[in-house]
Design a protein around this ligand. Sequence first.
Ligand code: NI
Length: 169
Amino acid sequence: MTIREIQFVPDPILRKVALPVEKITNATKRLLDDMAETMYQAPGIGLAGPQIGELQRLIVMDCSRDDETDELWQMINPVIIQSSEESSILEEGCLSIPGHSSEVSRPNWVELKFTDKNGKQQEIRAEGLLAACIQHEIDHLNGILFIDHISKLKRDMIWRKVLKEVRQT
Ligand code: NI
Protein backbone atom coordinates (compact mmCIF):
# COMPACT_ATOMS: atom_id res chain seq x y z
CA MET A 1 0.00 0.00 0.00
CA THR A 2 1.11 3.51 -0.71
CA ILE A 3 0.31 6.73 1.06
CA ARG A 4 -0.93 9.10 -1.60
CA GLU A 5 -0.64 12.85 -1.71
CA ILE A 6 -3.78 14.65 -0.53
CA GLN A 7 -4.99 17.52 -2.71
CA PHE A 8 -5.94 20.71 -0.91
CA VAL A 9 -8.26 23.59 -1.79
CA PRO A 10 -8.19 25.53 -4.06
CA ASP A 11 -6.99 22.65 -6.30
CA PRO A 12 -9.56 22.52 -9.15
CA ILE A 13 -9.73 18.70 -9.09
CA LEU A 14 -11.79 19.00 -5.91
CA ARG A 15 -14.52 20.71 -7.95
CA LYS A 16 -14.73 18.04 -10.67
CA VAL A 17 -17.34 15.29 -10.91
CA ALA A 18 -15.79 11.83 -10.52
CA LEU A 19 -16.63 9.09 -13.03
CA PRO A 20 -18.33 5.80 -12.21
CA VAL A 21 -16.05 2.76 -11.94
CA GLU A 22 -17.08 0.48 -14.82
CA LYS A 23 -14.94 -2.50 -13.94
CA ILE A 24 -13.31 -3.47 -10.66
CA THR A 25 -9.71 -4.34 -11.41
CA ASN A 26 -6.70 -5.02 -9.24
CA ALA A 27 -5.82 -1.37 -9.75
CA THR A 28 -9.21 -0.40 -8.26
CA LYS A 29 -8.58 -2.57 -5.20
CA ARG A 30 -5.07 -1.21 -4.82
CA LEU A 31 -6.42 2.33 -5.04
CA LEU A 32 -9.01 1.62 -2.31
CA ASP A 33 -6.26 0.25 -0.08
CA ASP A 34 -4.02 3.24 -0.78
CA MET A 35 -6.95 5.50 0.09
CA ALA A 36 -7.51 3.66 3.39
CA GLU A 37 -3.85 3.91 4.30
CA THR A 38 -3.75 7.59 3.34
CA MET A 39 -6.87 8.28 5.42
CA TYR A 40 -5.55 6.48 8.53
CA GLN A 41 -2.17 8.16 8.23
CA ALA A 42 -3.62 11.68 7.85
CA PRO A 43 -5.49 10.90 10.18
CA GLY A 44 -9.07 11.30 9.00
CA ILE A 45 -12.38 9.44 9.04
CA GLY A 46 -13.13 9.59 5.33
CA LEU A 47 -11.49 10.12 1.95
CA ALA A 48 -12.81 10.30 -1.61
CA GLY A 49 -11.01 9.60 -4.90
CA PRO A 50 -10.71 13.22 -6.08
CA GLN A 51 -8.90 14.09 -2.85
CA ILE A 52 -5.92 12.04 -4.02
CA GLY A 53 -6.27 13.19 -7.61
CA GLU A 54 -8.30 10.19 -8.83
CA LEU A 55 -11.57 11.15 -10.53
CA GLN A 56 -13.23 7.84 -9.75
CA ARG A 57 -16.34 7.22 -7.65
CA LEU A 58 -14.49 5.60 -4.75
CA ILE A 59 -14.72 6.44 -1.06
CA VAL A 60 -13.23 5.04 2.14
CA MET A 61 -14.41 5.72 5.68
CA ASP A 62 -13.81 4.64 9.23
CA CYS A 63 -15.97 6.47 11.74
CA SER A 64 -15.20 4.18 14.67
CA ARG A 65 -13.45 6.12 17.36
CA ASP A 66 -11.85 3.13 18.98
CA ASP A 67 -8.54 2.08 17.47
CA GLU A 68 -9.11 -1.54 18.43
CA THR A 69 -12.30 -1.93 16.46
CA ASP A 70 -11.58 -0.43 13.06
CA GLU A 71 -14.63 -0.36 10.88
CA LEU A 72 -13.29 0.28 7.43
CA TRP A 73 -15.74 0.92 4.62
CA GLN A 74 -14.45 0.87 1.05
CA MET A 75 -17.18 1.77 -1.42
CA ILE A 76 -17.35 1.78 -5.19
CA ASN A 77 -20.01 3.89 -6.95
CA PRO A 78 -21.98 4.74 -3.77
CA VAL A 79 -25.47 6.16 -4.35
CA ILE A 80 -27.87 7.50 -1.74
CA ILE A 81 -31.31 6.02 -2.38
CA GLN A 82 -33.18 7.57 0.52
CA SER A 83 -32.53 10.08 3.23
CA SER A 84 -34.41 11.27 6.30
CA GLU A 85 -36.43 14.46 6.35
CA GLU A 86 -35.07 15.37 9.76
CA SER A 87 -31.62 16.84 9.88
CA SER A 88 -28.98 17.02 12.51
CA ILE A 89 -25.95 19.21 12.93
CA LEU A 90 -22.42 17.91 13.31
CA GLU A 91 -19.04 19.61 13.27
CA GLU A 92 -17.25 18.73 10.03
CA GLY A 93 -13.75 19.12 8.78
CA CYS A 94 -12.05 17.89 5.63
CA LEU A 95 -8.57 16.59 4.86
CA SER A 96 -8.56 18.87 1.80
CA ILE A 97 -9.33 21.96 3.92
CA PRO A 98 -6.94 21.37 6.82
CA GLY A 99 -7.33 23.42 9.95
CA HIS A 100 -10.91 24.52 9.31
CA SER A 101 -14.21 23.12 10.47
CA SER A 102 -17.81 24.14 10.75
CA GLU A 103 -21.18 22.88 11.86
CA VAL A 104 -23.05 21.33 8.95
CA SER A 105 -26.70 20.30 8.83
CA ARG A 106 -27.52 17.08 6.96
CA PRO A 107 -30.23 14.40 6.98
CA ASN A 108 -30.05 12.18 10.10
CA TRP A 109 -29.91 8.93 8.23
CA VAL A 110 -29.37 7.72 4.69
CA GLU A 111 -29.89 4.50 2.83
CA LEU A 112 -27.36 3.80 0.17
CA LYS A 113 -26.23 1.20 -2.26
CA PHE A 114 -22.69 0.60 -3.37
CA THR A 115 -20.41 -2.09 -4.73
CA ASP A 116 -17.85 -3.47 -2.32
CA LYS A 117 -14.24 -4.37 -3.08
CA ASN A 118 -15.27 -7.92 -3.99
CA GLY A 119 -17.77 -6.70 -6.55
CA LYS A 120 -20.78 -7.45 -4.35
CA GLN A 121 -23.74 -5.06 -4.37
CA GLN A 122 -24.61 -3.88 -0.89
CA GLU A 123 -27.35 -1.79 0.64
CA ILE A 124 -27.00 -0.25 4.07
CA ARG A 125 -28.72 2.27 6.28
CA ALA A 126 -26.42 4.58 8.19
CA GLU A 127 -27.10 7.09 10.90
CA GLY A 128 -25.22 9.50 13.13
CA LEU A 129 -21.60 10.22 12.32
CA LEU A 130 -21.39 7.54 9.62
CA ALA A 131 -24.39 9.05 7.80
CA ALA A 132 -22.80 12.50 7.85
CA CYS A 133 -19.49 11.07 6.72
CA ILE A 134 -21.08 9.17 3.82
CA GLN A 135 -22.84 12.33 2.64
CA HIS A 136 -19.65 14.36 2.96
CA GLU A 137 -17.66 11.81 0.92
CA ILE A 138 -20.31 11.38 -1.78
CA ASP A 139 -20.37 15.18 -2.06
CA HIS A 140 -16.66 15.00 -2.91
CA LEU A 141 -17.52 12.73 -5.86
CA ASN A 142 -19.72 15.53 -7.16
CA GLY A 143 -17.24 18.34 -6.61
CA ILE A 144 -19.03 19.59 -3.49
CA LEU A 145 -17.25 20.56 -0.27
CA PHE A 146 -18.65 20.96 3.25
CA ILE A 147 -18.15 24.72 3.00
CA ASP A 148 -20.86 24.73 0.30
CA HIS A 149 -23.38 23.76 3.00
CA ILE A 150 -22.66 26.62 5.40
CA SER A 151 -23.60 30.30 5.43
CA LYS A 152 -21.91 32.58 2.92
CA LEU A 153 -20.50 34.61 5.78
CA LYS A 154 -18.83 31.58 7.38
CA ARG A 155 -17.71 30.25 3.99
CA ASP A 156 -16.11 33.56 2.98
CA MET A 157 -14.33 33.67 6.32
CA ILE A 158 -12.83 30.20 5.84
CA TRP A 159 -12.04 30.95 2.18
CA ARG A 160 -10.16 34.15 3.01
CA LYS A 161 -8.00 32.25 5.51
CA VAL A 162 -7.40 29.43 2.99
CA LEU A 163 -6.25 31.86 0.30
CA LYS A 164 -4.00 33.62 2.80
CA GLU A 165 -2.47 30.27 3.80
CA VAL A 166 -1.91 29.37 0.15
CA ARG A 167 -0.11 32.68 -0.47
CA GLN A 168 2.17 32.01 2.49
CA THR A 169 3.33 28.61 1.26
NI1 NI B 1 -13.68 16.01 2.91
